[in-house]
Design a protein around this ligand. Sequence first.
Ligand code: GLO
Ligand code: MG
Length: 344
Amino acid sequence: MAKNTHRFCFGPWNISEGQDPYGPTTRPAQTFDWKLDQLKARGYDAMMFHDDDAIPDIDGKSWAVISKEAKALKKRLDDAGIAAEMVAPRLWFSPMTVDGAYTSNDPKCRRYAIDRSLRSIDIAKELGTDILVLWLAREGTYLRESKDGRKSVELLVQALDKMLAHDKKIRIAIEPKPNEPMDHAYIPTIGHAIALAHLTRDPKRVGALIESAHCILAGLDPADEIDFAMAFGKLWSLHLNDQNGLKFDQDKPFGSSNLRVAFNQVRAMERNGYGKNGEYICFDVHPFRTTKVDHWLAHLDNSRKTFLRLLEKVRSFDETKSKQLIADRDYQELDQMVIQHLLG
Ligand code: GLO
Ligand code: MG
């Protein structure tokens, strides 16, 4: 196994219970404490948090209560030797975000979304992380005529500006996804996220989080997205997983569908030194619905195992020979060399 110099994390939602739009859960719900114990026992370094993973029923609580609970959680994490990688406002559950959050057509709902985001920033501070992740789940349209795309971009910038002004240290990592739950999302790719950053009051503090499955859903190669974001110094987090083509978001174990695409992601990460500034590798993966309770954490173990095996493959790839083949424009042999290397 390659030397593990990387730091890994996952979120409580990655120990999910198996419900889908067509059927109920297939595993019983587990407590947060149990999940934290599992994370620690498996040698993970950090946990990702939605704001209401950290503070359940957050909407009904005052800041005094929230800050007390956040401090208690921080202590629990410190005692366990586990960091909080990020906090993300869950802006897709509330009745206030039915028609979107920052881009809702209703100003009261937009206000709610911003207030909740500012609160998430305060929670992030309490938990000792400077990263706020924004998966812009409902910022888009079911119906093209229902929103004005240009106005929506302006609303997104206004919301980001309020967050940046609220805390001078916070960094915002936008997690693009082209669809689901929306028909079309406003920020579908890393290019969109980085372009949006440049309209804000402090572009240096707005970056990106790449999720493999989301890139595939956009018809893009996740390795190219990693290279693109890192060319801008903007890849601050990474959700590795896999996706079999253009269908519902699958969040499969890393490498499960396409080992070569996974290999190229690890190669892009290595080439660009992902992790050298303390970035974590997060697995945003879910167990298959069929998974029994006894095997509940296997998708997380397996994703990390696959990552580390692919890291060995990246490090043992014959770069000299590959350069010669490239110079000779012998891409047929380069293709075969990659296949043989992955098979070997
Ligand atoms: C869904 C997203 C989701 C986010 C998480 C953090 O498609 O990948 O899992 O990563 O909610 O904001
Ligand atoms: Mg994700």
